[in-house]
Design a protein around this ligand. Structure first.
Ligand code: NAG
Ligand code: NAG
Ligand code: NAG
Ligand code: NAG
Ligand code: NAG
Length: 247
C-alpha cells in the first residue's frame, strides 16, 4: 500500500536533487573579477594615481587581497589635479618605501558605502603600516547628504564622487592627495639606515639610493626584486595585523 507513496517521494527526490545541485554550483566567489585599472581609466582623470599604483606594485596586490577578504575594500583615488597640486618634488622626494606607504594610505581594508563613512567611528584604519601602528583617516559628513569629508591630519578634503560603490569594492574620488601626517611632521627617529640622517625637513642629498632620479619608467627590474618581496610581505603582514585587530 505504501509503495506508491515511496515511489512518489523518490521521484520527487530525483527531481529535486539536480535542482539543488545546480543552485549551489554557480555561486561565484565573494569577489568577482574587478578590474581596478578599468575603473580608474574609465574615470578619466586618474592617470597619475594609476601610474603610482602600478609603480609601487600595489595594483597587482589589491585583487588578491580583495579576493581573500570577506570585508571588501575601499580605494580613495586622488585626481590628476590633486597630484598636480602637490608641492613640486613631493613625489620624487619620497623613497620607494614611502611611496608604497602613501598609496596604501589610500586603501581601506574594508568596504564602506558613503553612508557608512558618515557614521563610521574614527580614525578609520588604512593599509599603510606605520611605526605607531596603522595610519588612520578621519571621516565626517552629514546624515542624508552624500557629502563626506576626509582628513589625514595634514590634508583635509572631500569625496567628490563614487567611481564604484558596490560591495566588495568601493572607489571614491578625492581632489587632494592624502599625505599622512607623519610625512609632513619631523621624521621619526627610528630609521633602518645608518644614523647619518639629514636635518629635519631637508630633502636628503643624493644618497646611496640615487636610482630614484626622475626615471619613472626606467626603474631597473632586477634591482626591484628584493624590494618587491618586502612589499608583498608587508602587505600580507598588514592584512594579518588588521585581521588580528578584530579578534
Ligand atoms: C583591465 O582593464 C584594462 C583597461 O581596460 C585592460 O587593459 C586589462 O586587460 C584588463 N585586465 C583584466 C585582467 O581584465
Ligand atoms: C604598469 O607598468 C608596466 C611596466 O612599466 C606597464 O607595462 C603596464 O602597462 C603598466 N600598467 C598600467 C595599468 O599602467
Ligand atoms: C580567489 O580565491 C579563491 C579561493 O579563496 C581561489 O580559488 C581563486 O583562484 C582566487 N581568484 C583569484 C583571481 O585570485
Ligand atoms: C566639509 O568641509 C567643508 C569645507 O572644508 C565644510 O564647509 C563642511 O562643513 C564640511 N562638512 C562636514 C560634514 O564636516
Ligand atoms: C582623528 O580625530 C581624532 C579625534 O578627533 C584625533 O585625535 C586624530 O588626531 C584625528 N586623526 C586624523 C588622522 O585626522
Amino acid at each position: 500500500m505504501a509503495s506508491p507513496l515511496i515511489l512518489l517521494s523518490l521521484t520527487h527526490l530525483l527531481f529535486l536533487l539536480p535542482a539543488a545541485l545546480s543552485q549551489s554550483a554557480p555561486a561565484p566567489g565573494p569577489a568577482g573579477p574587478i578590474n581596478i585599472t578599468a575603473i580608474l581609466v574609465q574615470g578619466g582623470q586618474y592617470a597619475a594615481f594609476l601610474r603610482l599604483l602600478n609603480q609601487t606594485l600595489v595594483l597587482n596586490q589589491l585583487p588578491n587581497q580583495l579576493n581573500n577578504s570577506n570585508q571588501g575594500m575601499t580605494l580613495l583615488a586622488p585626481t590628476d589635479n590633486a597630484f598636480q597640486n602637490l608641492p613640486s618634488g613631493t613625489l620624487n622626494g619620497l623613497s620607494e618605501e614611502k611611496k608604497v606607504k602613501l598609496v596604501l594610505y589610500h586603501v581601506l581594508p574594508k568596504y564602506y558605502s558613503l553612508e557608512d563613512l558618515v557614521t563610521v567611528s574614527n580614525p578609520v584604519p588604512t593599509q599603510a603600516g606605520g611605526s605607531k601602528g596603522s595610519l588612520g583617516l578621519n571621516f565626517s559628513g552629514r546624515a542624508n547628504s552624500n557629502q563626506v569629508n576626509v582628513s589625514s591630519g595634514a590634508v583635509d578634503t572631500q569625496i567628490t564622487n563614487a567611481l564604484r560603490q558596490q560591495f566588495p569594492f568601493a572607489v571614491y574620488s578625492v581632489d587632494k592627495v592624502l599625505l599622512p601626517l607623519e610625512f609632513t611632521e619631523a621624521p621619526a627617529p627610528e630609521s633602518d639606515g645608518p644614523s647619518s640622517s639629514p636635518p629635519v625637513g631637508k630633502k636628503p642629498a643624493k644618497g646611496p639610493s640615487a636610482a630614484d632620479g626622475d626615471g619613472d619608467a626606467s626603474t631597473p627590474a632586477k634591482n626591484g626584486g628584493g624590494k618587491r618581496m618586502d612589499m608583498g610581505v608587508g602587505l600580507v603582514g598588514g592584512v594579518v595585523l588588521f585581521c588580528m585587530a578584530f579578534l
